[in-house]
Design a binder for this molecule. Structure first.
Ligand code: C5P
Length: 237
């Protein structure tokens, strides 16, 4: 894979104007993550504009609903040429299988590329005690691995996880099962609110396939130069 494709830029801004300005400044970036704030504010037109600018959209809406509804959303995303999207693995096997089948059927029908489907395991904001209160029987690490297995067995392409779970998920779920990780901080960037961080080279070294990076690049004085620095680090590793 081209190292440029491995860097997913988190467009954590509130308006289309800001998002497109960033996408334009990051002329070498290929993949941009559009989350619920930006999507709710600006809608699917933003996906079309990002694609017109040559970017591949990662739609991070973390679908979690009944199988029929999630399958419909996945079909709609596939028609919009979404490159990658997320759904909650806790939605269960039937939901994920329906999503996976919908992505395949829609791409066969339209001839468009099938979106890459990624499971969200346990949100990093949830701790062991909170999981128990919700009603889950296991601690975070075990729950995350269980959900990764379920995502794999339901036909998803991979999961989003913290850099510290890359190795175990790759080992347990197999090398072909994709791992996408946020919490990336180059040695020259501030940690900010990210607690369990790793550098880009470390995360790739542990087996991550894609890195989600926001502020170290988007908040840099020159986002383009920050992107090139991260890219150089990946190419060296
Ligand atoms: O700016 P920063 O590099 O911290 O951005 C990381 C991105 O990854 C943000 O869009 C954030 O919402 C997302 N993310 C995360 N931790 C998770 C899941 C997603 O930081 N566990």
């Amino acid at each position: 894979m081209d190292p440029k494709e491995r860097i997913i830029i988190a467009l954590d801004v509130g308006t289309k104007h800001e998002a497109l300005a960033l996408a334009e400044a990051l002329k070498d970036a290929r993949v941009v993550k559009i989350g619920m704030e930006l999507f709710t504010a600006e809608g699917p037109a933003l996906l079309e504009e990002a694609i017109r600018m040559g970017k591949k959209p990662f739609l991070d809406l973390k679908y979690h609903d009944i199988p029929n509804t999630v399958a419909g959303a996945v079909r709609a995303a596939a028609r919009k040429d979404v490159h990658m999207l997320t759904l909650h693995a806790a939605g269960g096997e039937e939901m994920m299988t329906a999503a996976s089948r919908a992505a395949q059927e829609e791409s066969a029908r339209t001839g468009k590329q099938r979106p890459i489907l990624l499971g969200v395991t346990v949100l990093t904001s949830l701790k062991d005690e909170e999981l128990r209160r919700i009603g889950f029987a296991h601690a975070v690490a075990e729950q995350a691995l269980r959900l990764a297995f379920l995502a794999r067995d339901s036909g998803l392409d991979g999961v989003v996880c913290s850099p510290h779970e890359i190795e175990i998920i790759k080992r347990e779920c197999g090398g072909d099962f994709l791992v996408v990780t946020p919490g990336i901080r180059p040695a020259w960037a501030a940690a900010q609110d990210q607690k369990r961080i790793m550098t880009p080279a470390e995360a790739i070294g542990k087996g991550a396939d894609y890195l989600v990076i926001g502020r170290p690049i988007t908040g840099a004085p020159s986002p383009h130069e920050a992107f090139l620095r991260v890219l150089a680090e990946l190419e060296e590793s």
